[in-house]
Design a protein around this ligand. Structure first.
Ligand SMILES: NC(=O)c1ccc[n+]([C@@H]2O[C@H](COP(=O)([O-])OP(=O)(O)OC[C@H]3O[C@@H](n4cnc5c(N)ncnc54)[C@H](OP(=O)(O)O)[C@@H]3O)[C@@H](O)[C@H]2O)c1
Length: 245
């Protein structure tokens, strides 16, 4: 079994580096998928809600037509297409495209991975009593532990090859996510919602990219997953200890 969780995930940087995004999010995916198919390994590929344009408020099911807005989203869609076209050449091969969104959890030990959103929010909250966060981009936060378990379940249950949406249930904006996390660690400052126009972001984002699961039962609500994660996150524990002093 091969799980591809790599990605050119710097969404804004990708706008000026189409080739780099394409190489990692599509060309490399094709190579990994083909190698997996050749040896008969199950292939799981992580994809994204950013393949949709976010123009509908009822969310996006697995069968809806993607229409990415950004270079990152286009390159991830190309990666999905590569997996599907290799599947046509290898009948019986098991493959899963798992679209997910707004990941949070243990950031791991990678030097190159970007700083997670919650870690940045907690770092700001340590030194400021008022922080501004964009109140836009409705999506479903997803705990990486829940995603990993969901992927294992897909594979072990031997469900049919195809595209699956796996996120925690429910949705919020970046502001809603930050406010919920800071309240849960007892932060006493103020979180202020700001419109996206006040924050320069080169890549366009989908306004409403909630992924609906039409093939499998939903995962637990994001709030309960967040509660569990914050109980052991070092940056959350540090901020919590500063609040009780
Ligand atoms: N983060 C999200 O909110 C989100 C939402 C939807 C979908 N996704 C998808 O989920 C997957 C994981 O996202 P993430 O946020 O965990 O990504 P991430 O933190 O940016 O990590 C990506 C990893 O890809 C590896 N990588 C980068 N360039 C590579 C290269 N040239 N060769 C080999 N490995 C390379 C790096 O591994 P090392 O540096 O450790 O070697 C890095 O740790 C991606 O496919 C992403 O598109 C993420």
């Amino acid at each position: 079994m091969v799980v591809n969780a790599t990605g050119y995930t710097a969404v804004d940087r990708a706008e000026g580096d189409r080739q780099g995004a394409e190489l990692l999010n599509a060309v490399a995916v094709a190579a990994l998928a083909e190698a997996s198919a050749m040896v008969g390994a199950v292939f799981v590929h992580c994809s994204t809600d950013y393949v949709f344009d976010g123009t509908r408020s009822q969310g996006w099911g697995e069968h809806d037509t993607p229409n990415p807005l950004s270079v990152y989203g286009c390159s991830k869609l190309r990666g999905e297409e590569q997996v599907q076209s290799i599947a046509e050449q290898y009948p019986g091969w098991r493959w899963y495209i798992v679209r997910t969104s707004r990941l949070f959890g243990d950031p791991g030990r990678s030097e190159s991975a970007k700083r997670p959103f919650l870690a940045s929010i907690f770092a700001r909250a340590e030194t400021q009593d008022r922080i501004e966060v964009i109140d836009a981009d409705m999506a479903s936060p997803t705990y990486v532990d829940d995603l990993a378990r969901a992927i294992a379940e897909l594979v072990l249950a031997r469900v049919a090859s195809g595209i699956y949406h796996r996120t925690n249930d429910g949705a919020c904006t970046w502001y809603g996510f930050a406010r919920s996390a800071l309240a849960r660690v007892g932060w006493k400052g103020v979180v202020l919602p700001i419109p996206p126009s006040q924050y320069a972001r080169p890549a366009p984002r989908p306004a409403y990219s909630v992924l609906r699961t039409t093939k499998l039962p939903p995962l637990r609500p994001w709030e309960s997953a967040l509660q569990e994660y914050l109980a052991m996150s070092p940056s959350a524990l540090q901020l919590r200890s500063l609040q009780v002093r």
